[in-house]
Design a protein around this ligand. Structure first.
Ligand code: IMP
Ligand code: MG
Length: 185
């Protein structure tokens, strides 16, 4: 059993606790499993690093055969403000042409990262292309990106835990918490 005493000082409050996240991941996995039931070649493409824990939990609950691959894009400069440009840092190991691709992303902020990724992957002629995103911050949206599976909508605050980071910290907290503004302002 984990105990509440482990909540670090830098966390203002817990936004989504572990049971809440796990329950939602279970629901998403059930929907995805139903939708991909007939797929012959499904591949989950996790966006590193933020999606690695979400992907691990989601993938283990899928009842359809699938493989797992990863892609990495440039992240914000050490902090909470987007630098705008998105850059591919690491590509998938295997080709996605002709396959049923499900992009698994941690969080949708402005939308630019996922917009770039979906455009890049679509150009490679997958058989199908969908996106599964754990969290969206609708107030921050700058570009409309079609999300097929969404876990939670949250207010405009910087959150960490369950894969999400600030300056590469806090990723392995089991819950999603709001970071104190004093940490990044
Ligand atoms: P977007 O391109 O503005 O949608 O930003 C998406 C990326 O920014 C995500 O993949 C995250 O890596 C990062 N990000 C945005 N908001 C947060 C947050 O609240 N916590 C941690 N990472 C975030
Ligand atoms: Mg990140």
């Amino acid at each position: 059993m984990r105990h509440e005493g482990e909540i670090p000082q830098d966390i203002e409050r817990v936004l989504l606790d572990e049971p809440t996240i796990q329950e939602r991941v279970e629901e998403l996995a059930a929907r995805i499993s139903a939708d991909y039931a007939g797929s012959q070649d499904m591949v989950l493409v996790g966006v590193l690093k933020g999606a690695f824990i979400f992907l691990a939990d989601l993938a283990r609950r899928l009842t359809v055969p699938h493989s797992v691959d990863f892609i990495a894009v440039s992240s914000y400069n050490r902090g909470a403000v987007s630098n705008g440009a998105v850059r591919l840092i690491m590509d998938t190991r295997h080709s996605i042409a002709g396959r049923d691709v499900l992009v698994v992303e941690d969080i949708l902020d402005t939308g630019w990262t996922l917009d770039y990724l979906l455009r890049t992957l679509r150009a490679r002629n997958p058989s199908s292309l969908r996106a599964c995103v754990l969290i969206s911050k609708p107030d921050r949206c700058q570009v409309q990106v079609p999300i097929d599976y969404l876990g939670f909508e949250i207010p405009d605050e910087w959150v960490v835990g369950y894969g999400l980071d600030y300056a590469d910290r806090f990723r392995t907290l089991p819950y999603i918490g709001v970071l104190r503004r004093t940490v990044y302002e």
